[in-house]
Design a protein around this ligand. Structure first.
Ligand code: IMP
Length: 190
């Protein structure tokens, strides 16, 4: 079976993809191939960072690979935190990161925001890019305890709850990541 590396250490993400592509691709993650290096993410776009990760694996392990990079873009903040989402406040503390966002948006009526995921799939020497976006608004305060990252302040359009108040199964059906992954899987199955 065709081996395909998912450039992640997240076992949960790996299992999901493995199940979805069962019988078609043998999905391996970074741990499975013995890649322990911290792959640099020094580009200034999601696409650039996803491509840095996928090409690192292709070059060093000679295997086809895909990698994702995601973040939150807030319109009134010139699309910040963007690629800096994980450490916006200078730390990885998600509450501090959300508090910084809320402070910067104080008094701001434009609360429009989107989560974005970009996947780079390097297969047979070609880079294929897939993007997933979910639009919504930033709440005035935190609400809900499920999920991770900025979920407690992000309310997707068409809902009156935040991502952090939503069941995981529901978020996983509509999220930026789900949309990008679905596009890649349709490509791989086609
Ligand atoms: P990653 O590229 O998937 O690791 O995402 C980078 C950062 O973006 C995370 O550390 C979070 O701060 C933020 N982020 C990405 N996806 C989500 C999400 O689904 N909910 C909340 N925050 C997210």
């Amino acid at each position: 079976m065709h081996k395909l590396v998912f450039a992640t250490n997240n076992q949960h993400k790996t299992d999901e993809i493995r199940l979805a592509l069962a019988g078609q691709y043998e999905i391996l993650n970074l741990n499975d191939i013995g890649c322990t290096e911290d792959i640099p993410e020094t580009a200034d776009t999601f696409e650039g960072n996803a491509t840095l990760k996928s090409s690192y694996v292709v070059e060093n392990f000679k295997l086809d690979c895909f990698a994702d990079d995601s973040g939150l873009e807030i319109e009134a903040l010139n699309n910040e935190p963007g690629i800096f989402s994980a450490r916006y406040s200078g730390s990885r503390d998600t509450v501090e990161n959300m508090q910084l966002v809320l402070q910067k948006l104080k008094g701001q009526t434009n609360r429009r925001a989107k989560f974005k995921t970009v996947i780079s799939l390097m297969i047979a020497g070609q880079n294929h890019i897939f993007e997933g976006v979910i639009e919504g608004t930033i709440r005035e305060s935190l609400s809900g305890i499920k999920g991770f990252g900025y979920d407690p302040i992000f309310q997707p359009n068409g809902y009156d709850i935040t991502f952090a108040e939503m069941e995981m199964e529901e978020k996983n059906k509509i999220s930026h990541r789900a949309i990008a992954l679905k596009k890649m899987m349709e490509f791989l199955k086609g």
